[in-house]
Design a protein. Sequence first.
Length: 624
Amino acid sequence: MAQETDTRRTFVVFAVLPVAAAWLLARPYIGLRHDGELYRAVMLHLRPEVLSQDLFFQFGSQDRYTIVAPLLATLYRHFGMGESQMVLIAPGQLAVLWAALLLLRRWGVDAIGCTLGVAAICVMSHNYGGWNIFSFSERFVTGRVFAEPLALAALVAIERRRARLGLAALAAAMLFHPLVAIPVVVFAWGVLVARDRRWAWALVGVPVVVALALAGIPPFAALLQTFDAKWLEAVQKANGQVLVLSWPREDWVTLFFDCAVVWAASRLFPAGKLLLRVAVIATLALVAISAVGADLLHNVLLTQVQVWRAHWVTHLLSLAFLPVVLWRTLNRDDLRSQILVLSVMALAVATNVRYDSGTMLAVWTALALWLYASQSPVEMRLLKAARLATGIALVGTAVLVLVATAGQLYAARGNTLSPSNILLLLMTMPVLSLPLMFVLLRAQRRGGAAAAGALALVVAGIAFATAHWDQRPVWTRYIESHLFQQHPFEKIIGPTQQVLWWEQLAAVWAVLHRPSYYSGQQGAGLLFNRETALEHRRRGGVTGVIQMQRDACDVMRAVGFNADPNIPCWPTESAVEHVCSAPAGPDFIILDRPLMRGVVAKWSPELGTGSNPTYYLHDCKQIR
């Protein structure tokens, strides 16, 4: 018995190391970006007299419904922005992995299956919903970093029949990010009702919400409102991801693929049948409610609550169960099971990056599933041909995805690929990384030289990944480290004057400490406020000429017409004059080159790269 316990402990320790290596290699820290920049709403708490005049906050924001901004403001004030971000990300992501592991173990998945499931979460894409906008366990700090582990902890507690603890965790998740927690409340309620019909009394909350709406209490009052034409147009343009009927076909393929994997897991693991099936049914129901309420009825509240976000939990469960579902389905003596497993693997590779061949692969997978389930008589040579064709499709899809992803990463990294970038590409290709993980685990089970070699490889991977985990660009590092340092432009720009620095929202807020006149990111929350939507649309019209010139320059450089990066292409002086002369236009514009008129200061940040850029501050009063 003692020897068996030691063996189990050895495996647990060894399993942790490959998962740690996978997480470090596949999920490096790349700094503040995407929604994380908007969570500089903490700046509103640090400098309310300045940012209260910023478009993102001027007419109110959803920040008032969470406790995240005050919490982060306190952390940034005492420990700095960059340090706080890095410290918060790892625990949040590891807590999600731990919750997934607890569910897998409770539902009877063996040790290797649990390890592969957690590894799949590490190396595969976390994107869910439409247009690749949202993901769980993001690599930057938002309220979701806190809410997701709490919501999953609630599901673990409820699965263990500890309803009070689960509801308390859900209440805490609501404080950090209500939109993430609301679908999980539905999941939890579905499980509780299935076990005890008395939980149906919770439906009394529906008339309570209606009563609050009738009383005009926000945000419930929005239940009785619909978007007018102008507001709806702004939402469709800037927040189209919240309208599910506008999602690309590949996003729907991913949604149904996730639901299919989770449903298959519910058949293979009866212990988890209830929660897994509730997750699938509730996800599809909430997406349908969103389609009707938001896309068809244009109801304001049903659009704002974004109940389609239930997909994040289903996607997480799909990743966790995918390896073990494939392994349980595979029968080495059955060509039908091999065809099905190969087709699912090809579809998983496509959906992992929303590759446009996913629809065709989904149809082929459906046919493979029908063939597997029906057991209709088919000639052996046809089955072998189908297996060969499916294998070729898997390899071809993997190669095409790898090449396309490498090209994107190559361009994003300044036309270069470092060894850490190459490892990132390989680790995030599930048909490569997950089989490697399986081989390492089996080598450990064998013991001897095989186990020693596998352990050495894993330790080397952890050492390399740890040294290269922080992959923030130098500009991001600069922004994160200058939150509380005075900028020379601050002496010229008044605290409430508007600055246009094209698509540099983070720098305007955190480096200049001034309101940003216009950025596409400032429209992220315009579905929550009509005034924000209309003003963002107006300012977009004012600056539209600059956007048009930038797009044209990008096209010209792409075809080699103006390939010299030293030759300025945009914006032209006439475009800047047009923007500065517009009613209620910006007060200052920052460019990376001086114009003939309006330059009042210049600044070169010390980035430590040997060639520092120079930015020129232009006063619009001198350009109009």
